[in-house]
Design a binder for this molecule. Structure first.
Ligand SMILES: C[S@@+](CC[C@H](N)C(=O)[O-])C[C@H]1O[C@@H](n2cnc3c(N)ncnc32)[C@H](O)[C@@H]1O
Length: 218
């Protein structure tokens, strides 16, 4: 089943946003990734990835903490891409590259790269049983992560959905490639963990949901 992103935007707004995004030197898709990839492969800088960046706050925060590293970020949500583009301009960010490709499409471009840290913050939980198969983090997804990580890589996954949390941890541990390096629950203080308190983190706090924060390593 195909999932439609940004349904509520009018066609004119979508066209306008797409044209604006293509003007940004930090926006990429299948058409212009080759040049960026050549640069990444020829550089010794650490490269990180955020999947489902939302409005881009965490990737901007990380990029400012680690200015010598490079950050790639994907989210098919068009309005979120425009928000991130504006943050990049406003803060004169130089080390964040972003795309509106979904992870599966992005993976085809990056499958021979290695990422140092991978962030997946509050992936859509799709709580109805019949929609569970739409969840981003599943065993197929983890197989893909195995190909783009090394012994030193870390994968951060955060969710406030109990059922999704169990599925995520089971899939990671069943695959036996990654080990659970750290698990933090309940009173998570994001600032101490060096993660930006994103929109969905604040929503989880308001709703008093238990948050599970998994860190996986090989
Ligand atoms: C619940 S929001 C969380 C956003 C942000 N990480 C936060 O913590 O506020 C989930 C995000 O994942 C994005 N998303 C959904 N499917 C995706 C996919 N296949 N690849 C990349 N991002 C995806 C959605 O567009 C949405 O912005």
């Amino acid at each position: 089943m195909s999932i439609s992103y940004g349904r509520k935007l009018s066609r004119n707004k979508k066209n306008f946003d797409s044209i604006e995004l293509k003007k940004s030197p930090f926006f990429f898709n299948q058409l212009n990734f080759k040049e960026l990839k050549t640069r990444l492969q020829g550089s010794s800088d650490l490269v990180n990835l955020e999947v489902g960046f939302g409005t881009g706050d965490n990737v901007i925060f990380q990029s400012e903490e680690r200015k010598k590293e490079i950050f790639l970020a994907c989210d098919p949500f068009l309005s979120g891409n425009v928000k991130l583009m504006k943050k990049i301009v406003f803060r004169s960010t130089r080390n964040v590259y972003f795309t509106n490709l979904d992870f599966t499409s992005l993976f085809e471009l990056i499958k021979d790269l290695i990422f140092n840290e991978i962030y997946i913050l509050f992936p859509d939980p799709w709580p109805k049983k019949k929609h569970n198969k739409r969840r981003l983090v599943n065993c197929e997804f983890i197989k893909k992560l195995e190909l783009i990580t090394s012994d030193n890589s870390k994968v951060f996954v955060i969710t406030d959905d109990k059922d999704y949390s169990d599925q995520i941890n089971k899939c990671f541990l069943d695959r036996k490639f990654f080990k659970l390096f750290e698990l933090k629950q309940r009173k998570i203080n994001f600032s101490k963990l060096n993660i930006f308190p994103t929109k969905y983190y604040n929503k989880a706090l308001t709703e008093k949901n238990e948050i599970n924060f998994f860190i996986y390593k090989k």
